[in-house]
Design a protein around this ligand. Structure first.
Ligand SMILES: NC(=O)c1ccc[n+]([C@@H]2O[C@H](COP(=O)([O-])OP(=O)(O)OC[C@H]3O[C@@H](n4cnc5c(N)ncnc54)[C@H](OP(=O)(O)O)[C@@H]3O)[C@@H](O)[C@H]2O)c1
Length: 344
C-alpha cells in the first residue's frame, strides 16, 4: 500500500507510520515538522494544513490510503476536498468525545447519540470545543470511510502523561492513593494495538463508525495488572469522591490530579463502551501488564511526560485521609469500608 498519514510525527500517527512500515508498506507522513520526527524508513513531506493551499506539496502524489488524525474542521475539509476523491481508503481518527451521553452504560458506536457539531464557519478546535469539532470533522468526511473513535490512548510516547502516572507510581511501591472503588470501570487502548488495527482497516478496506478502545477493566483489575507488569510491591488505599474534592485533588489529568479518575455517577458510562463490533472487525489488544511495563521503561529511559499528584501531594493526602478516618470513628468502621489492601 502507498499510505499517506496526515500527521505521523507524534504518538498515534507515528505508531501507525511505524507499524505500516514494519508491514512493508510505502509510508509518507505530511506535517509541519514541528512536533517530532517520522519513524525510520518513512518519507516526510512538509505541509502546513492551516494554509488555504497548504496541501499543495502533495499534488501529483498517488496514494492508496490516507489516515488523518486532525482535530480541526478546516484542516479536514481541505484534505477531503484535495485528496479523498482519488484515494481508495480513508481513515479518520476521531474520539469518544463526540458522544453526547457519558452516563449510560454499555453504549455502541452505531447507536449512541452524538453531540452537535461546531458551526460551519469554525476552522479550528479548542480544548472546550474538541468533541463538537471532531463531530464537524466526521461530517466533513462523507461516505466510504473508516471513522475510528478512539478512547483513552496510552503507552510508550504518550505526550499526555495521564496513564504513565500509574506505571511510574506503582513502580515506586509503598502505599498508593487510589480513587473510588475496585469495581469502578477503566477503559483504554495501547497505542500500538490501535495503530495495528488502523493499518489492518486500510489493508482490508474496512469502513463505518467504530469505537477504537479495548475492553472495560475494573479499577481493581487495572491496578493489579499494571502492578504485575512493573513488578511492584504496594498497597492501595481507596478514597472517595468527597475526600478527593475536599483535598482539591483534580479529576482525569493534569497537575494535582489523580489520573484517570472521573467522578461517578456523572461519568458512569464513559469507561463502559461496548467494543464488540471493533473486536469483530479485527481489533486485538495486548495484556495490560505489557502496556504498563513498556510505558514505564519508556518513561524512565526517555524521560517521558507524567502528570498527576507529586510524591509530596500524595503523602499529604494519605496522611489527611488516615487522620480523618481516626477522628471520625476511631478508625475501625471506616477501615472496613475503605481498606488499605495489598496490590494482589
Ligand atoms: N490521546 C488520546 O488519549 C486520544 C483519545 C481519543 C482520541 N484521540 C485522537 O487520536 C489522535 C491522536 O493523534 P496523534 O497522537 O498522532 O497526535 P496529534 O496531536 O493529533 O498529532 C497531530 C499531528 O498533526 C500535525 N500537525 C499539527 N498541526 C499541523 C498543521 N498545521 N499542518 C500540518 N500538520 C500539522 C503534527 O505535526 P507537526 O506539529 O509537526 O505539524 C502531528 O503529526 C487525534 O486525532 C486525537 O484527536 C486521542
Amino acid at each position: 500500500m502507498r499510505l499517506l498519514i496526515l500527521g505521523g510525527t507524534q504518538f498515534l500517527g507515528r505508531a501507525i507510520a511505524a507499524h505500516a512500515r514494519a508491514m512493508g508498506h510505502d509510508v509518507t507522513c505530511a506535517a509541519r515538522g514541528v512536533t517530532g520526527m517520522v519513524p525510520p524508513g518513512v518519507r516526510f513531506i512538509r505541509v502546513d494544513r492551516d494554509e488555504p493551499d497548504g496541501l499543495a506539496p502533495l499534488a501529483g502524489e498517488e496514494f492508496d490510503a490516507v489516515v488523518d488524525v486532525s482535530r480541526h474542521p478546516g484542516q479536514v475539509r481541505r484534505a477531503v476536498a484535495a485528496l479523498k476523491p482519488r484515494v481508495a481508503h480513508w481513515t479518520f481518527v476521531s474520539t469518544v468525545s463526540v458522544y453526547a451521553d457519558v452516563r449510560t452504560i454499555g453504549q455502541r458506536a452505531d447507536t449512541a447519540p452524538i453531540r452537535a457539531p461546531t458551526a460551519p464557519e469554525i476552522e479550528r478546535s479548542t480544548e472546550e470545543t474538541y468533541g463538537a469539532a471532531k463531530v464537524a470533522c466526521e461530517q466533513a468526511i462523507g461516505e466510504r470511510a473508516f471513522v475510528c473513535r478512539a478512547g483513552l490512548i496510552v503507552g510508550p510516547e504518550d505526550p499526555t502523561g495521564r496513564f504513565t502516572y500509574w506505571p511510574m507510581r506503582l513502580g515506586q511501591g509503598g502505599e498508593v492513593l487510589v480513587a473510588g472503588t475496585p469495581d469502578d470501570a477503566v477503559q483504554l487502548i495501547d497505542v500500538r494495538d490501535l495503530a495495528q488495527w488502523i493499518v489492518h482497516a486500510a489493508q482490508t478496506g474496512l469502513t463505518g463508525y467504530f469505537d477504537g478502545i479495548g475492553p472495560t477493566y475494573t479499577r481493581g483489575q487495572f491496578l493489579a495488572e499494571c502492578a504485575d507488569g512493573v513488578g511492584a510491591g504496594c498497597t492501595f488505599t481507596w478514597v472517595d469522591r468527597a475526600f478527593l474534592e475536599s483535598q482539591n485533588i483534580k479529576r482525569w489529568a493534569g497537575p494535582r490530579s489523580l489520573p484517570l479518575w472521573l467522578p461517578l455517577p456523572d461519568y458512569a458510562g464513559f469507561n463502559t463502551r461496548d467494543t464488540s463490533p471493533a473486536r469483530e472487525a479485527g481489533l486485538t489488544v495486548r495484556p495490560l501488564a505489557e502496556t504498563a511495563r513498556d510505558t514505564l521503561s519508556w518513561a524512565r529511559n526517555a524521560g517521558g511526560a507524567v502528570t498527576g499528584l507529586t510524591a509530596d501531594e500524595e503523602r499529604a493526602a494519605l496522611q489527611a485521609w488516615h487522620a480523618s478516618r481516626s477522628e471520625g470513628d476511631g478508625g475501625e468502621r471506616s477501615a472496613a469500608r475503605s481498606p488499605t489492601v495489598p496490590c494482589k
